[in-house]
Design a protein around this ligand. Structure first.
Ligand code: DGY
Length: 318
């Protein structure tokens, strides 16, 4: 029987589906990753792996897993996987595009609204019993309507975010490696990275993490942004030089930031962002709706089954 390793507790119906034809080993913890040693041990004779963002699928793991044919990553991003090594070892990698697009765009929108209207700051004040009553500028925030919103990474999530903006009467700019038909079809304007930085009131980073996009938001980038601008990140933490962002917010170089992702996750109380009023921080929950997570798991399971049954992967990473 072929062996499949699942590195986190997932929906039991998906496990039962696999157990009909395969030996399945599940790390039965929802909150904690499978320890690295155990991951290497369990995958050494596995044919398929259902992996999470927190699992490093690297040369060490791949060269140790002689029978491995497929790794299905429960995410659209795959920066936890060494694609070159996977290619060299002839291991197919799949991800979960499309099924999480709308859910992640909804969270990006939530971050934008929450930071613009100081929702968490206002809530913290009230919960601490520090609300002293109505006053003209009490917790006054920033409007979104009539503003310019810049999207860095006009892929499917960027486009789903742009579609949501249409009710807000905003001007939408985007920057990609090259002009995108998708962006143009939504009435968004393709601009240089510099123009995106200097013209936007809100900037959303929705790009995949690559060598080209890593640390793209650094001191120089924040210096080019408006003092009234907000930076929102649902991509990956390493798109940003975090010390530079902390400094930019602290010194009023930009108005605030709203982040769902961090370079080293999870972050703790000692992280420089924690405790800053102009930061809206979430624990990487972009695609975390129950329906979407079930759809992502289902897609992973189907990808693994297809490959191990001799078929073609449904959503291979190219
Ligand atoms: C992804 O799919 O890459 C998300 O970051 C996971 O929530």
């Amino acid at each position: 029987m072929k062996k499949i390793v699942i590195t986190r507790k997932i929906n039991p119906t998906m496990i039962q589906k696999l157990e009909k034809d395969f030996e399945v080993v599940v790390w039965n913890e929802a909150e904690k990753p499978m320890p690295r040693e155990r991951f290497l041990e369990e995958t050494s004779d596995a044919h398929g792996v259902l992996a999470m963002l927190s699992d490093k699928v690297d040369e060490e793991m791949l060269s140790n897993a002689q029978n491995l044919k497929v790794v299905a990553n429960l995410a659209v991003g795959y920066d936890n996987i060494d694609l070159e090594s996977a290619r060299a070892h002839k291991v197919i990698i799949t991800n979960t595009p499309d099924v999480l697009t709308e859910t992640t765009a909804e969270l990006a929108f939530t971050l934008m609204l929450t930071s613009a209207r100081r929702v968490l700051e206002a809530n913290r004040q009230l919960m601490a019993g520090e609300w002293s009553g109505w006053s003209p500028y009490h917790m006054a925030g920033t409007d979104i309507f009539g503003k310019t919103v810049g999207i860095f990474g006009m892929g499917s999530i960027g486009a789903a975010f742009a579609r949501r903006l249409s009710g807000f009467r905003t001007k939408v700019l985007y920057h990609n490696r090259s002009q995108s038909e998708l962006g143009d079809s939504l009435g968004a304007e393709f601009v240089s990275f510099d123009d995106l930085l200097s013209a936007s009131d809100f900037i959303l980073c929705a790009a995949p993490l690559t060598d080209e996009t890593k640390y793209r938001f650094d001191k120089a980038a924040f210096e080019r942004m408006k003092e009234s601008a907000f930076f929102i990140n649902i991509g990956r933490g390493a798109h940003v030089v975090e010390e530079d962002l902390a400094e930019a917010v602290e010194q009023g170089q930009i108005r605030g930031a709203a982040l769902d992702v961090f370079e080293n996750e999870p972050i703790g109380k000692d992280h420089p962002f924690v405790g800053m009023d102009n930061m809206t921080l979430l624990p990487h929950i972009g695609s975390a709706s129950v329906d979407t997570r079930n759809n992502m798991m289902n897609l992973c399971v189907n990808n693994v089954m297809e490959v191990l049954n001799g078929g073609k992967p449904i959503t291979p990473v190219k």
